[in-house]
Design a protein around this ligand. Structure first.
Ligand SMILES: Cc1cc2nc3c(=O)[nH]c(=O)nc-3n(C[C@H](O)[C@H](O)[C@H](O)COP(=O)(O)OP(=O)(O)OC[C@H]3O[C@@H](n4cnc5c(N)ncnc54)[C@H](O)[C@@H]3O)c2cc1C
Length: 361
């Protein structure tokens, strides 16, 4: 039986393990953290990623998710820039990250072995296989070890890697009694978004321009429109992450028998909510190409040819949207908001409501 090592048990790594298991591979997942799991926040899952998960046998994502409503955009004082109208666009479902991770790992069968507390520090390969830490060997290694991937750095030491976006992100889950469909509020160099989860709680996220590495609290949003102050007050924990993406052009996703997947390959800013979805789609594509070709190297080349251009576009689009969202100049903000209002009106005129694509009926 062919053997694979997946390095990293984030959403990308665990989906890759399920995908390889489905192709008949024996899989070892190596995770540095002492136990498997995901951070306490929500995540948007787009229909294309839900479809991949279902194809891989991961059921129940939609059942455990809230169907987002088309989200509107407000100003900090609560006035609408684009009202929450049915704009005929594709929308994601919203799920708790830990729940998504659990649904995926629930599909691990006897072909998947997990070793937590295992830090991968070295990787070498020859024509017959790949060796990790002079300890474990496999036919294929999938590097799903995140934006600061040790494996990517080993394979491509000259690559610049992560690039600071100029803003930090806060995230929380609020247990509050409010009645609001959610949406985003854009200020000057600051943004706040919130969405209902299926259990009645709300997932919220916010961004603020600041230097890399500065610790801060989302206090500025306490003066924004309702229900934002309530959401902040109703959250026990607030996560803060500086936002980085990967320098373009991205490096090739394949070198010999080693494959980069997820944030290790194409970390993007969260503005499109597509990073984890892309990792899931990577795993689906890898399994498809391995299934369609008897030659490993050919299958991996096809994986790179499909996924690198597709994710490069998303890294670019996400970065561009982040720049627009984080603008501070008041004149530019006013022009931006005016364009959004006009764009919203045009879209709602052009797209009949019946064409809305929902990921579940
Ligand atoms: C604020 C914010 C909001 C986001 N919202 C969304 C969203 O709504 N929708 C969406 O699709 N995406 C979203 N994303 C992006 C998404 O979180 C990431 O793209 C996704 O989690 C990446 O998954 P991954 O498995 O590739 O990497 P990671 O989740 O980073 O996992 C990497 C794993 O590898 C392990 N590891 C690292 N190095 C080693 C080593 N040397 N040895 C062993 N193990 C190692 C780590 O411990 C970790 O468990 C968001 C990101 C942020 C920051």
């Amino acid at each position: 039986m062919s053997t694979a090592i997946v390095v990293g048990a984030g959403i990308g790594g665990v989906t890759a393990a399920v995908a390889l298991q489905r192709c008949g591979w024996q899989v070892t997942v190596l995770e540095r953290a002492p136990e498997l799991g995901e951070v306490g926040a929500g995540i948007s899952v787009w229909p294309s990623a839900v479809a991949v998960l279902e194809e891989l046998g991961v059921k129940g994502v939609e059942k455990a998710s809230a169907v987002s409503k088309p989200a509107g955009m407000r100003k900090p004082d609560g006035r609408w820039v684009v009202a929450a109208a049915d704009l005929g666009v594709e929308i994601p479902v919203m799920i708790h990250r830990a729940q998504l991770h659990d649904l995926i790992t629930a599909e691990f069968g006897p072909a998947v072995t997990v070793r937590t507390g295992y830090d991968v520090t070295t990787i070498t390969q020859d024509d017959t296989g790949v060796t990790i830490n002079d300890d474990l060997r496999a036919d294929l290694v999938v590097a799903a070890d995140g934006i600061r991937s040790t494996i990517r750095t080993t394979l491509y030491p000259a690559y610049e890697g992560p690039r600071y976006s100029g803003y930090t992100a806060y995230r929380g889950i609020a247990d509050v009694d409010i009645d609001d469909g959610g949406g985003e509020t854009w200020g000057r160099g600051q943004l706040f978004g919130f969405v209902p989860l299926i259990d009645g709680r709300y997932y919220w996220y916010a961004t603020a321009n600041q230097p890399a590495g500065a610790r801060s609290e989302p206090t500025a949003f306490r003066t924004w429109h309702d229900p934002i102050p309530k959401l902040l007050a109703g959250s026990e924990t607030v996560l803060q992450n500086d936002i980085y993406d990967l320098t373009l052009p991205l490096v090739p996703f394949v070198q010999g028998r080693v494959v980069l997947l997820g944030d290790a390959a194409h970390a993007m800013t969260p503005n499109l909510g597509r990073g984890a979805c892309s990792a899931i789609e990577d795993a689906g594509a890898l399994a498809r190409h391995l299934g369609e070709s008897t030659d490993l190297i050919t299958a991996l080349a096809r994986y790179d040819a499909e996924r690198r251009p597709a994710t490069t576009k998303l890294v670019k689009r996400s970065r561009g949207l982040g720049r627009v969202a984080q603008v501070e100049n008041p004149v530019v903000c006013a022009i931006r908001n005016g364009l959004f209002t006009l764009g919203g009106k045009l879209v709602s005129l052009r797209k009949p409501k019946s064409k809305v694509k929902q990921s579940r009926p």
